[in-house]
Design a protein around this ligand. Structure first.
Ligand SMILES: [Cu+2]
Length: 335
């Protein structure tokens, strides 16, 4: 590593300590980009607390070290009388921290309120957490695996879970909100810049938790509508086999491979027409109805050797989409 590279690296790290410097930046060593209007505010409170902590850490450790050295027990030094009470000191170290915590509360609460209350005209998008995928449902009913949103527009996310507790985490937007079964939670965002930002699940929700990823895609003005129109009519622009492949890639591939390797679920390679042994010892031929039932009511027939962990896609895949998946599975023949 050259000296300049080291210096660039140091500057990158230090840069991350100074609020305000990273306005429209690609992020710092410490922080993701500030892609939402609330991000700079959140970071400001974070840096305020960080700098107060750094200041007192240095002050306290320095004083402590100095006291230990200065007042250590030595030859020829009589033991000193300990002071019992100092009104001035007591007041100082009560009033200064009081002012500091009131300030932290003031800025923290102000930002918290702004995060809680979305503008009334916000675009509403439903977010569904399900082992182990995020789904986003748009106002026209279209369900997608990624969060698409227009730039500079308030978007209200209404979040729920189909199974266990998940947590919608979009670092670039400074959003982290639990998806709790049996209730709705909310978060909102106004994206500042176009781009693609990662979406995570921040609540450990089972074996594939770390694969519960999606993209937040911020579109430039006008292009969100174009995308929504196109995505909603996917089946009109592709052949069923192409659409089926697309859907399997997006929704099934974290559990089902198409190359013969068994994953959480059986591979789709050669699945069509196979005589499947079920957990109760009976057999069933894999044809249209078997696949449709597997997708809508996965716990009715369990393939032997596998756990009953496949989520139901009822309401998440249209009948035409299920047909498209079936058409695609038919093409995955073992040769
Ligand atoms: Cu999760």
């Amino acid at each position: 590593m050259t000296v300049t590279a080291l210096m660039d690296y140091a500057a990158f790290i230090i840069h991350g300590f100074i609020p305000g410097l990273n306005g429209q930046s690609p992020g710092t060593f410490w922080m993701p980009p500030q892609a939402s209007t609330l991000a700079p505010e959140v970071d400001w409170v974070f840096y305020l607390i960080l700098w107060i902590c750094i200041f007192f850490f240095v002050l306290i450790v320095a004083l402590m070290t100095w006291f230990v050295l200065h007042y250590r027990k030595r030859e020829g030094h009589a033991e000193e009388e300990t002071a019992h009470h100092s009104m001035a000191l007591e007041l100082t170290w009560t009033i200064i921290p009081l002012i500091l915590v009131v300030l932290i509360f003031y800025f923290g609460f102000k930002t918290y309120l702004r995060m809680k209350v979305a503008p009334a005209n916000a675009l509403e998008i439903y977010v569904i957490g399900q082992k182990w995928n995020w789904f986003f449902q748009y106002p026209n009913g279209h369900i997608d695996e990624d969060l698409h949103l227009p730039v500079d527009t308030p978007v209200q996310l209404i979040i729920r879970s189909e199974d266990v507790t998940h947590s919608l985490f979009i670092p670039a937007f400074r959003i982290k909100m639990d998806a709790v079964p049996g209730r709705y939670t909310r978060a909102w965002v106004r994206a500042r810049e176009e781009g693609v930002f990662p979406v995570y699940c921040a609540e450990y929700c089972g074996t594939q938790h770390s694969d519960m990823l999606a993209d937040a895609i911020v579109h430039e003005p006008g292009l969100y509508e174009v995308w929504l129109e196109k995505a909603s009519n996917l089946l009109n622009t592709m052949t069923p086999v192409e659409a089926g492949q697309y859907l399997v890639n997006k929704r099934c591939s974290q559990c089902h491979s198409v190359d013969g390797t068994a994953d959480v679920g059986p591979s789709f390679l050669g699945v069509w027409g196979r005589e499947e042994t079920l957990a109760d010892g009976s057999t069933s031929v894999v044809e249209e109805n078997y696949i449709r039932e597997s997708i809508l009511e996965p716990s009715v027939k369990i393939a032997a050797g596998y756990e009953n962990v496949m989520p139901s896609f009822k309401g998440k895949l249209k009948e035409e989409e299920i047909t498209a998946i079936i058409e695609y599975l038919k093409t995955l023949k073992k040769d």
